[in-house]
Design a protein around this ligand. Sequence first.
Ligand SMILES: [Ca+2]
Ligand SMILES: [Ca+2]
Ligand SMILES: [Ca+2]
Length: 130
Amino acid sequence: VQINAARGNLDFDEGGSPYPGSPGNRYDGDSWEPDKSIKGDVARMIFYMAVRYEGDDGHPDLEMNDTTNNGSKPYHGKMSVLLKWHHEDPVDALERKRNDIIYQQYQHNRNPFIDHPEWAEDIWGSGVLN
Ligand SMILES: [Ca+2]
Ligand SMILES: [Ca+2]
Ligand SMILES: [Ca+2]
C-alpha cells in the first residue's frame, strides 16, 4: 500500500533512483520500476485492468500505451516494458495461489493472464519484444 501511494500516477518503465526504504524499487520523475520479484505480477495486473475496464460500466476504458506521463488519464505505459517484465518474471506458484484466493474469497473473477500467460502476446503482440 505504501508503495502504491508512492507510485501515484507514475507510469511503468525501467530506470531511476532506488526508492528509500525499498531499494528494489526504482523511480524518477515520470516512471516507476517495481522490484524484480513482482515486475511480472504488476504487468499482469495492468493487463487484467486493460481488458476488465472497457468503458461500459461507469469506469473509464483503461488501456495500455507505450508512453510515460499519462498522469490521471486512463492509460498505463509503457506497454513494451510491461510485456518484457511479463516474460522476465513469469507466473509462479505463489502468484497462482493468490489468484485462487482472490477468486474464492473476494472478486469471484480470475486474472486470465495468470491462468494463461500466453494470452498477453495473443492480444498485444510479440512484435514489441523483438
Ligand atoms: Ca523514467
Ligand atoms: Ca513474480
Ligand atoms: Ca480496456
